[in-house]
Design a protein around this ligand. Structure first.
Ligand code: AMP
Length: 285
């Protein structure tokens, strides 16, 4: 695996690959890689001639300074895992390689309100930062396919809208959520969970499974949300939201009849760590 730290250098390398007609699959990450990330990397390497992964902790998508500071950084171990999972190129830039003119690089794109719901409402500025960095990375890697996880449902929905609206060439491929054996969705932030909280953290998955059952029994989204919030309210845990939304518009629904894709999305504080998870309750991606 080749490792690049400089934008100009990786771009030169990619230009040469493209001249040879190579297809490129790209997976953007913030590192502290786990098997959820590696599923994306493996798929990118199977479906493309070249699999590229970026490891970059993007400051502009953090709205709380301490979260940015405490974000785990494990580049050496990440590089080993990437090699083992068929990655061809690791891009590990620093801030000036991504934002050479400072962070005022704004992306003008109509997100059709997708960025105002759920995470957007709770983490002001977060999606502006995500759109900014993913656009820049797609441009640098000139990828044919972009690999993202269903774990961040709102994120991939927004990136899909960005790609469409800006008429970018990259095709978005969404991969299923990888979970630990007890059901907790894999996340780089899980390493920061207090051991007692880790033991209880699969409550998010258990309540999502329960919500799916409730919906199939004909209970209303409002009732399910109310009950789910109650179930998630255990000692040391604080649920922020449990929304049942139309998977295309991300708007909360009250009636399920006309909606093809129904998704439950939740964010819960487990002590100091904020966990997010989701589950498709009806329909397919
Ligand atoms: P991150 O490093 O958290 O920014 O994540 C990089 C990519 O990996 C995003 O597209 C995530 O949705 C995806 N990802 C993270 N965790 C998982 C998981 N447990 N299962 C599937 N994809 C994941």
């Amino acid at each position: 695996m080749k490792i690049f730290y400089k934008t100009a250098e990786i771009q030169e390398h990619i230009t040469a690959l493209k001249k040879k007609g190579k297809s490129i699959g790209f997976t953007p990450t913030m590192g502290a890689l786990h098997s959820g990330h590696f599923e994306l990397i493996k798929r990118a390497s199977t479906e493309n001639d070249i699999s590229i992964c970026s490891v970059y902790v993007n400051p502009s998508q953090f709205n709380v300074a301490s979260d940015l500071e405490k974000y785990p950084r494990t580049l050496e171990k990440d590089a080993e895992g990437l090699t083992a999972n068929g990655c061809d190129i690791l891009f590990a830039p620093d801030n000036k390689e991504i934002y050479p003119n400072g962070s005022d690089y704004e992306v003008d794109v109509d997100l059709q309100g997708l960025d105002l719901e759920m995470e957007g409402a709770k983490r002001p500025g977060h999606f502006a930062g995500v759109v900014q960095v993913v656009k820049r990375l797609i441009e640098i890697t000139d990828c044919d396919r972009l690999y993202m996880g269903q774990k961040d449902f709102q994120q991939f929905t927004i990136i899909r809208q960005m790609i469409k609206s800006l008429e970018m060439n990259a095709k978005l491929i969404v991969c299923p959520i990888v979970r630990d054996e007890d059901g907790l969705a894999k996340s780089s932030r899980n390493t920061r969970l207090h051991p007692d909280h880790r033991k209880k953290a699969n409550i998010l998955n258990r309540v999502l499974v329960q919500a799916k059952e409730w919906l199939s029994e004909g209970r209303s989204p409002i009732e399910i949300t109310y009950k789910a919030m109650e179930y998630l309210d255990i000692p040391d845990f604080r649920p922020e939201y449990f929304d049942i939304v139309d998977g295309s518009t991300l708007k909360k629904i009250s009636n399920t009849d006309q909606v093809d894709l129904i998704v439950a999305c939740t964010a819960v504080w487990a002590g100091e760590v904020r966990l997010i998870d989701n589950m498709i309750l009806k329909g397919k991606l």
